[in-house]
Every structure is written in C-alpha cells, then in structure tokens.
Design a protein. Structure first.
Length: 136
C-alpha cells in the first residue's frame, strides 16, 4: 500500500518552507508529544510529529518505517532519510530520558513488549499510535 503524501501533509507555507501537519490528528499528536516531554523547539519535534501522523494511517508500523514513513517525511521536510531517522531517534531518546516518566510508562505499557531500556522509534510510534487510536 502506497500513501499519497498530500493526504497527510500540507506541502508548504507562505515563507516557502515545508509546512506542518494539518487537521485534528495533528493537533492531538502535537499535544501528546508536548505532554510526553518532546520539546517543541527541538529539531526533531516536527519530524517526529510528521512520522506519528503518517503512522496513524498505517495498520502496522513495523516494516513501513524505513520503506514508507521515513521517505515520506524526508520528501516533505526536504531532508535525507538518514537525517529524518536521526531526528526521530534523538527525539525519542530525549523524551525517554527527560520526559514525563509516568505518562511515558502509561503509553508504552500498552506496547507489544516490556521495554528493558529506551524504546526504538518503531516501538515508540506503535505505542503512540495505539494510544491515540484508543483515545479517539
């Protein structure tokens, strides 16, 4: 299944830079990421936000992260897939180390396995996706 990037993202802003996510989903994602402790001003916030919004449309994030999600976010953000992956990884790491531990544990507690350490980006996206799907 291939996704149409335009269905999930606003492609540009008035100043010519890539736009942010649109709609109610994006607002819910942005609010949740801020509550989890991902800093709005951090380089990876918007990238992680886009990845979460995109993952909400996937039935299964596993197997699609590197083949669909990273490439779509990279095109939208006009970055390389490697920089998108690193930004997501750094944001998840920062969230895990400095975020609201109680809330993170609550969300990740519903993930497929018990974390022995910091979650991978795929595990984080899956847990956030499941949490947002249940809350909807």
């Amino acid at each position: 299944m291939t996704f149409d990037d335009n269905a999930f993202f606003i492609e540009g802003r008035a100043d010519g830079r890539p736009g942010g996510c649109s709609g109610e989903k994006a607002l819910r994602v942005r609010s949740l990421l801020k509550r989890l402790g991902v800093k709005l001003g951090s380089k990876g916030f918007r990238v992680l936000e886009d990845a979460v919004v995109y993952s909400l449309e996937c039935e299964d994030v596993y197997g699609r992260l590197t083949k669909e999600i990273y490439p779509a976010v990279a095109r939208k953000r006009r970055q390389s897939e490697a920089s998108v992956e690193k930004a997501c990884r750094d944001s998840v790491k920062r969230c895990w180390r400095q975020g609201d531990r109680e809330m993170i544990s609550g969300i990740l507690g519903g993930a497929p396995r018990v974390f022995r350490g910091e979650p991978t980006v795929c595990e984080f996206l899956t847990a956030v996706k499941d949490y947002l799907d249940e809350a909807a």
